[in-house]
Design a protein around this ligand. Structure first.
Ligand SMILES: [Zn+2]
Length: 214
């Protein structure tokens, strides 16, 4: 099946496939924003960039994640989760000369893969040999994968996600045994300003917003 798009903070979002995993991926991204030395507009997992994460099976260098709690201090980790998180960021292209990023492909213009967070996450997962985490949803033999990205995929990314360049193309193509649930918070491009503002909030405010409103 092609990708399925879901937006947080919409009616009935909480019963759509992948909601809990996507929400946890969002919390994990908030935590990474605090850890990352490249915070700040223009680089890294930064305020002025769009964040993404895809749930994978744990692998070498990609241990199982732990849940993030709003009440816990930065880095205080909760229950072990059955998946790892591989991140993407819309500014990866701008830092690639300074920070080697496994799986990152060449930079280029707006439609280059490296300028789109959701594509980077999927490519980094695939290029590191990681299989995606499948939700425990019946029927057996059909997989539901989960990707979080802050802004809705741009039209180029929708085409890419549903096209042959996506490493998942065979699995999620017509008649394939899987679908990819793409969860986002803000529309593209209208939500860019709201995302930048939100990214600049303190950690606790972002986590509380996810807890209460997503
Ligand atoms: Zn895009």
């Amino acid at each position: 099946m092609p990708i399925a798009l879901w937006q947080f903070a919409q009616p009935l979002a909480a019963i759509a496939p992948g909601y809990a995993v996507a929400r946890e991926l969002a919390r994990i991204c908030v935590e990474q924003y605090e850890f990352n030395i490249l915070t700040g507009p223009g680089a890294g997992i930064a305020q002025g960039s769009c964040w993404a994460a895809v749930a994978t099976l744990p692998g070498a260098g990609f241990p199982a994640e732990r849940s993030v709690t709003t009440a816990g201090a930065l880095g205080a980790t909760g229950a072990v989760l059955p998946y790892s998180a591989v991140f993407g960021n819309s500014r990866m292209a701008s830092i690639r000369t300074r920070v080697p990023i496994p799986g990152l492909v060449a930079a280029g213009g707006f439609n280059a893969v490296s300028n789109h967070a959701e594509r980077n996450a999927l490519l980094a997962a695939n290029n590191n040999g990681l299989a995606l985490h499948g939700l425990p949803i019946p029927p057996a033999g059909f997989a539901h994968y989960v990707l979080f990205v802050q802004l809705a995929p741009c039209p180029h990314c929708v085409n890419w996600l549903n096209g042959a360049a996506n490493p998942l193309s065979a699995a999620i193509g017509p008649g394939g045994p899987a679908t990819l649930h793409v969860w986002y918070r803000w529309p593209y491009p209208a939500g860019g300003g709201a995302m930048w503002t939100w990214n600049g909030w303190p950690r606790a405010n972002k986590l509380a917003d996810i807890d209460n409103n997503w």
